[in-house]
Design a protein around this ligand. Structure first.
Ligand SMILES: C[S@@+](CC[C@H](N)C(=O)[O-])C[C@H]1O[C@@H](n2cnc3c(N)ncnc32)[C@H](O)[C@@H]1O
Length: 309
């Protein structure tokens, strides 16, 4: 029997299918997947309709889906998209912009530092700079290999949605008790788990990852599930202007939120459609949220080498 890799099993299939994926935005759509430029989609959306915008924009590093621009042009292009996202964001809403580094002649420019003024000048407040740590990536010869990227989380106002309970993680010492004072003998930590903090170790989607498609840099679903659960309520609208393989929509559907996004490349759009349709049917295999990261025992054949440190 195939192992069940879904985060939770469903006893009944949702009464949705591919026809639940619409290409023109209407607030009542369960999923909008716009085939084209994100600005077209965003401009078709009313003011203040979105609860969360979460995306990983092109990083301008010459990936197959991007034309490398000079930094000024890149920032101007991002600014147009960010301003439309802010307009479409509700006053309780959040924007999470996930970025890495722009690399120029071997020197790195952290994109979150370059883009921060666009958000700050528009009056948004930075709540966290989440470090997403992963273990696989390019091996650098002349600097340390990059093993994290950043999610900058901004809110539109001080009156924002933040649900901590659904994203709590297990306590390190759940049995720890107060040893003196009026609470002596009682458990000292929250039995529901602890705040996950702002450093998230979540495997990135490389070759052996169960979610891998031919896209060079897709989000792991579990990364976006955490943001969707924390920053929206059921029924809320989650928007990803650079949808790629549809990961943001998948995380939104899984937690009973609506989703809207755009993808300009046909081949990724097709992958997104297929993955979203599988998710709507409760059939998309993903790495479960909060699954511990695999640690080699050291006894595997591939763990042995005469050159081991
Ligand atoms: C970093 S990838 C996002 C991957 C996505 N997070 C996922 O999980 O698959 C950026 C995506 O934006 C798309 N893209 C680039 N410019 C775009 C635009 N102007 N409008 C819509 N999509 C665009 C690219 O084709 C690419 O798939």
């Amino acid at each position: 029997m195939k192992p069940d890799t879904r985060q939770k099993s469903r006893s009944t299939k949702p009464d949705t299918d591919k026809s639940a994926i619409q290409s023109a935005f209407r607030p009542s759509n369960r999923v909008t997947l716009h085939p084209g430029d994100c600005l077209e989609l965003l401009r078709s959306m009313p003011d203040a309709c979105a609860d969360l915008v979460v995306t990983s924009p092109p990083y301008n590093i010459g990936k197959e889906y991007e034309k490398k621009l000079d930094l000024e042009q890149y920032v101007a292009q991002q600014q147009m998209v960010i301003h439309e996202c802010i307009r479409a964001l509700s006053r309780h809403g959040s924007i999470c912009w996930q970025v890495g580094n722009f690399v120029e002649n071997g020197a790195i420019i952290p994109l979150d530092t370059i883009l921060y003024p666009i958000f700050a000048d528009a009056g948004l407040k930075l709540r966290n700079r989440i470090i997403w740590h992963f273990e696989h990536g390019l091996h650098c010869a002349k600097r340390l290999s990059g093993r994290y990227e950043v999610i900058v989380w901004f809110t539109k106002t001080g009156d924002y949605i933040f649900n901590l309970d659904p994203i709590r993680v297990p306590q390190k010492y759940p049995g720890k008790k107060h040893f003196k004072g009026p609470k002596a003998g009682q458990y000292s930590c929250n039995p529901k788990g602890k705040n996950p903090g702002d450093i998230w170790a979540i495997p990135n989607v490389k070759n052996n990852h169960i979610e891998k498609t031919e896209h060079p840099c897709q989000f792991p679903v579990e990364l976006i599930e955490r943001l969707v659960l924390a920053l929206t309520h059921e029924g809320g609208l989650v928007v990803d202007p650079f949808m790629g393989t549809g990961t943001t929509a998948i995380a939104a559907i899984r937690h009973q939120r609506r989703a809207a996004g755009a993808e300009i490349e046909k081949k990724y759009l097709n992958i997104a459609r297929q993955r979203i349709a599988l998710e709507l049917n409760g059939e998309l295999p993903t790495r479960p949220m909060n699954k511990p990261i695999h640690q080699p025992s050291g006894n595997e054949k591939i763990s042995q080498s005469p050159f081991s440190l």
